[in-house]
Design a protein around this ligand. Structure first.
Ligand SMILES: NC(=O)c1ccc[n+]([C@@H]2O[C@H](COP(=O)([O-])OP(=O)(O)OC[C@H]3O[C@@H](n4cnc5c(N)ncnc54)[C@H](OP(=O)(O)O)[C@@H]3O)[C@@H](O)[C@H]2O)c1
Length: 201
């Protein structure tokens, strides 16, 4: 299989990249600053040009998406637009353009997060972004053709990220990398579509 991984240098991206490199598959990496290709997920023209260079793939995995974590009283339209333009538009841009470069039976895997289901202080904008990705995945799965699939992985904060996330996520038990990777593996190699694989219990 040819698998395009966008965001391979991030906390989740590194975990997915490490896991996939243990497979027999060809892994093509892309991020803003390194990898086989440079990409900016907020720029559709750059995404199209990347897919033109990469060609057809069997799987597209996106593990990037910046969100704003302001408390509601300090959340402005400008700050909120970071989540909309980066995480929502960025991930869906890849799916919208990437569907045309996906082999029949191929899959797209996006990344969302638990604060679609459980809410935290400062998480309004991120919850909105995660909810949008969830609905996009569920709806798009009905329209994808040629057996193509689309899913998302939703994680609790990872143990690797706990230093940054702990103040926001009181009461959450951070999850192991292996458990998170397993959800991506299910999405990439499994048969389900329109599904949110939850990396939490
Ligand atoms: N970490 C967690 O515990 C956790 C838990 C649940 C959900 N999530 C969600 O998972 C996603 C990834 O989180 P993370 O913690 O792994 O992020 P991260 O460590 O900040 O990594 C971000 C990755 O995205 C790339 N990137 C950033 N902006 C980009 C752009 N405009 N175009 C292309 N690539 C870009 C970065 O590339 P460069 O290095 O080249 O800049 C890097 O590879 C986020 O949406 C986050 O909300 C994270």
């Amino acid at each position: 299989m040819r698998i395009l991984l966008v965001g391979h240098t991030g906390t989740i991206g590194q975990i997915v990249c490490r896991g996939l490199l243990n497979s027999q598959d060809e892994i093509i990496t892309a991020s803003r600053t390194s990898g086989d290709y440079r990409i900016d997920i907020t720029k559709p023209k750059i995404i199209s040009s990347l897919f033109e260079k990469v060609g057809k793939v069997d799987s597209i995995v996106v593990t990037t998406g910046v969100v704003d974590m302001s408390v509601l009283s300090e959340l402005t339209p400008e700050k909120n637009s970071v989540s909309l333009e980066n995480k929502v538009a960025g991930q869906t841009n890849i799916a919208l353009i990437g569907q045309h470069y996906l082999m029949p039976g191929g899959s797209i895997t996006l990344t969302t997060g638990v604060i679609h289901d459980e809410f935290i202080k400062g998480g309004v904008s991120a919850s909105m972004a995660n909810g949008a990705i969830t609905s996009f995945v569920e709806a798009a799965s009905y329209e994808l053709e040629d057996g193509k699939r689309i899913n998302a992985v939703s994680a609790y904060p990872l143990k690797n990220s706990w230093g940054n996330y702990a103040p926001y996520f009181r009461g959450f038990l951070p999850v192991d990398s292996d458990f998170v990777y397993a959800q991506y593996e299910k999405s990439i190699y499994g048969i389900m579509t329109g599904h949110i694989f939850k990396a939490y219990h």
